[in-house]
Design a protein around this ligand. Structure first.
Ligand code: MG
Length: 163
């Protein structure tokens, strides 16, 4: 049996903060103002993984009112969601992600981001070499992303039952 999940996240961009996407730190003058490391791609991935197995959402698992998640690496959220996937009897088949960012060009980073996500998922997956796809878009200047004030990500995940 196959199931799908989808996730979305966005964060405000401000000067002088680090910018993490997919577990990779980008060389950027703008970064995320956030409770954790502000990695919208890993947050969207976490929600997609949870969604695929009816596991709720990232806010239920890791409330941003809880100080223990302050400044945490978001890979921790992905690992917890993967544990839910495993407990439900599924493995990850593939991931398709889109990042929305105007502040800098992502082309130099896309391969590294896909490789990092592949590495995070592989322990609980049966991921083919090309199973993680990362796309990048601008918003053509027409909203907060376009005005350099935000970064957003959208992720779809397919999982398959192990049985
Ligand atoms: Mg977030």
């Amino acid at each position: 049996m196959f199931r799908i999940g989808s996730g979305f996240d966005n964060h405000r961009l401000v000067p002088g903060q680090p910018l993490w996407l997919g577990g990779v730190e980008l060389d950027s003058e703008l970064g995320c103002e956030a409770h954790s490391d502000g990695d919208v791609l890993l947050h969207a991935l976490t929600d997609a993984l949870l969604g695929a197995v009816g596991g709720g959402d990232i806010g239920e698992l890791f409330p941003d009112s809880d100080p223990q998640w302050k400044d945490q690496a978001s890979s921790l959220f992905v690992e917890a969601a993967l544990e839910r996937v495993r407990e439900a009897g599924f493995v990850v088949v593939n991931v398709d992600a889109t990042i929305f960012l105007e502040a800098l060009k992502l082309s130099p980073y896309k391969q590294a981001i896909a490789a990092r996500i592949h590495e995070l998922l592989q322990p609980f997956g049966k991921l083919a070499e090309n199973a993680v796809n990362v796309k990048a878009k601008t918003m053509e200047g027409c909203d907060a992303v376009g005005e350099l004030r935000a970064v957003a990500a959208q992720v779809a995940v397919l999982v398959e039952s192990r049985a």
